[in-house]
Write a protein that binds this ligand. Structure first.
Ligand code: DQA
Length: 137
């Protein structure tokens, strides 16, 4: 089974960025623990701060991988292009947000990803990625 985690802008700074909201663990360390826990899964991690690169990655994996775990970060709320890319591909997408976007600013309540996602995990911290992974197994 091939699963990719795709993280959008500023998530490369996890562990350093707004730690009261996003926690103090780096994603690289968390990803290593997931790889250990799910040793039988081919788990890939990709992060980009660039909208077009995220779309290219969705196209690249979207007809081949078994699952995509996507935290499009700020592009969730703005990117028609990412929403369309999810519509265009075949691989199921589970949307993850570390924070509970629904108890934050109003502009975070809208998602271009959600209408095309198979499921959504919001507000469980990094554990949301693990839960998303379990949903594919
Ligand atoms: C986020 C929530 C978004 O609103 C924000 O722009 C992010 C991270 C989250 O994981 O909680 O960068 O996607």
């Amino acid at each position: 089974m091939k699963i990719i985690i795709i993280n959008g802008p500023n998530l490369n700074l996890l562990g350093k960025r707004e730690t009261t909201i996003y926690g103090d663990a780096s994603f690289e360390d968390y990803f290593k623990s997931l790889q250990k826990k799910y040793a039988n899964v081919e788990l890939v991690y990709y992060q980009s701060n660039i909208e077009g690169e995220l779309i290219d990655k969705l196209h690249e994996v979207g007809f081949d991988f078994d699952g995509i775990i996507l935290n499009a970060a700020a592009y969730t709320h703005t990117s028609v292009g990412i929403g369309d890319a999810i519509k265009a591909i075949e691989t199921p997408v589970v949307e993850v947000h570390i924070s509970n976007v629904y108890n934050r600013e109003e502009f975070r309540h809208h998602s271009y990803v959600s209408p095309n996602a198979n499921g959504i995990l919001v507000g469980f911290g990094l554990k949301g990625y693990d839960l998303a992974l379990q949903s594919f197994l």
